[in-house]
Design a binder for this molecule. Sequence first.
Ligand code: CTP
Length: 400
Amino acid sequence: MLDEKRILLIIGGGIAAYKTLELIRLLRGAGAEVVPVLTRAGAQFVTPLSVAALAGHPLHQDLFDLTTEAEMGHIELSRAADLVVVAPCTADLMAKMAGGHADDLASTLLMATDKRVLIAPAMNVRMWEHPATQRNLAQLRTDGVLVTGPAHGDMACGEHGPGRMAEPGAIVAAIGAALGGGPLAGRHVLVTSGPTHEPIDPVRYIANRSSGAQGTALAAALRDLGARVSFVTGPASVPPPQGVTVVRIETARQMLEAVEAALPADAAVFAAAVADWRVTHEATQKMKKGAAGLPVLEFAENPDILATVSRHAQRPALVVGFAAETENVIAHATAKRARKGCDWIVANDVSPATGIMGGAENAVHLITAEGAEDWPRLPKPQVAARLAARIAAHLTGHTE
Ligand code: CTP
């Protein structure tokens, strides 16, 4: 997948640097040449010898290294790569990049390169959430830097949340996508995500507890396999992924319109928790309590976006729905698949006791024409990666 690609890999100083050794192994296994650069802080976490041995390539560490400069100057080093990857990318490295510093080899290479840069941030959750880091992140994205991760989870420092470096496999996939590879290269996939908001009056609306986490993870996973992703999202509580075309909507009817406008697509995945009903007559002014007594809301049914697309003249080759059930999950989801006319249904139990809706994990059953498969309970990004791989296998005709 990465044959003859040359990756300049900058290893920053974070505990996640040990995972970068696995990343080097995976990259070489995928056919890439890895040119490693270890920062001074990075060398506190992994040894120069293990990095150079795994990379099978001399290691670069110093800006003012005469031997290295004689063989290949740092400017040339920064350009003789197809992609520059920073993993782990610490808060300090992000700050240096955003500020344009060039006071050591890594930051100088990052300033001098004319190639795309992909970073895999890794840091403590508070450091990640700090306004300075978020400001730097926004600046780096504006500058065209690609970002993979960080993932949510338990951290080496004992805290929990976003900040873990993306898994080496996910970084390889992001590298493949950045270099235009991946099994879904050239394919267009549509993903809906998040809740919809159905207005009652200018200040009130009907909503549901969907965070958009599963749809967002899925869009990122499909992007990582090289797909061009159109991401139609309601007001979700997690930010949309980088590197996808985001269309923000509020109501079910707007979602349908955005979905139809995004067709044709090779596949469409409907992960949104669309409100089934809307208030028939949205009040144009704020409804006041008072003499008229309690308000009575009259409801109208929203269009079923999944069913509409499943029977659409421009129906994608693969249409995947989700089923949120609280009882008889497989029976209800199997009936839903037939009723909606889609190819697959990803069914999950959203009873409050499962903690799935709005939570970090998902336990799904994949319902296809062949029957139901039970998948283990996994973090949502892993469910997404598995589903994305399955979609890629289906579209390309390759079995996993
Ligand atoms: N869906 C949709 N448009 C709607 C309602 C649902 O596209 N108006 C999609 C969802 O994105 C999901 C699937 O249909 O992929 C099933 O959603 P779910 O809420 O589980 O099903 P409902 O259609 O609401 O059916 P029921 O009320 O029987 O649970």
